[in-house]
Design a protein. Structure first.
Length: 323
């Protein structure tokens, strides 16, 4: 009788364990929602779109497959001898960028084109630099885009983060709500990159600074006897700068002075000496999204292109729109 009772109890325990185990067993992962390909470039579900591209170099509009456009962007934005995984991460962002651009803006400012090769409007483009590494990077990520809750992300990238990336508001003076997928994260590019990207310095006359702020930002500085960082953001970048009597947006001043001169807003020094405004900083670019030099380092650590993207963007999905 005792043995029979024991057998029954053991059978009951096994049954309960099985039921609980089944209840806890996760179901198949939910497939991320795919964003809509804009109608004007769509060639049907699962098919590669075709773009109408205004080539600023030739002043002609050309039709080209989206992947061919992406290859030209990667060749224009990154060194073609870099690790394939870094080039592939750039390809994913380039692909996302053009689709988000057309979805958001409807097309280029150049006539009826969908997008242009004018880097001031969109992305750099240099098909002459396409080599086998770039072709492989584009092919291995073919059709892949970055999304957040079923929508294309703003696929921001920059050259060198100086060790830490920025929010959109501090790096770009972004006027809309801070995108939830943009994050401040450490970037392993602090010691990577040539001189002028790791650290930089610049000197401007007080007269030049005053003129630029007046003509481009619409503010009067008065006599410039002092300069300081008035406010910094989460990454430590300058958001506002006090120059004489004016308090100006640091990202806006960077663009006004020239992004090749004032290379970032991650300032380590900002002061007036005599009739000169002296500044120094780390990194190169606005600091938002993917750091290209950081991607270079992460790729050399053996990470996949998708892993590189996820290092710089939070809670995103990478979906394949066409084969």
């Amino acid at each position: 009788m005792y043995k029979r009772f024991t057998v029954i109890v053991l059978a009951f325990i096994v049954a309960i364990t099985f039921v609980v185990g089944c209840a806890k067993k996760p179901g198949p992962a939910k497939k991320p929602a795919a964003p809509k390909i804009p109608d004007k470039i769509s060639r049907g579900a699962g098919k590669e779109p075709v773009l109408s591209v205004y080539e600023i170099q030739t002043r002609n509009v050309k039709d080209m497959k989206l992947e061919d456009y992406v290859a030209g962007v990667v060749a224009g934005e990154m060194e073609n001898y870099w690790p394939v995984e870094a080039l592939a991460a750039q390809a994913i962002l380039a692909r996302t960028y053009v689709l988000e651009f057309i979805t958001d803006k409807g097309g280029s400012k150049y006539g009826d084109a969908d997008i242009s090769t004018d880097f001031e409007e969109a992305q750099a483009w240099n098909p002459k630099n396409i080599n086998d590494r770039i072709k492989k990077a584009v092919k291995m990520t073919r059709g892949e885009v970055v999304t957040y809750k079923g929508n294309y992300v703003k696929a921001w990238f920059h050259s060198h983060a100086g060790g830490i990336t920025a929010t959109a508001k501090e790096g770009l003076n972004f006027k809309e709500t801070e995108p939830p997928y943009i994050k401040v994260t450490k970037s392993p590019d602090t010691d990577a990159g040539p001189a002028g990207k790791r650290t930089w310095s610049a000197s401007f006359s007080t007269a030049e600074i005053s003129s630029v702020i007046r003509d481009k930002l619409g503010m009067e500085t008065g006599p410039i006897n002092n300069a300081s960082v008035a406010k910094r953001g989460p990454s430590g970048r300058a958001i506002q700068l006090k120059i004489g009597n004016a308090t100006v947006s640091a990202p806006e001043l960077r663009i006004a002075l020239g992004s090749m001169e004032m290379r970032s807003t991650l300032l380590t020094s900002f002061k007036v000496e005599g009739d000169r405004v002296l500044m120094a900083g780390k990194g190169f670019g606005h600091g938002v999204g993917l750091s290209q030099w950081g991607a270079n380092v992460i790729a050399k650590q053996g990470k996949k292109p998708e892993d590189i993207i996820r290092h710089y963007f939070k809670d995103i999905d990478i979906v394949k729109l066409w084969k």
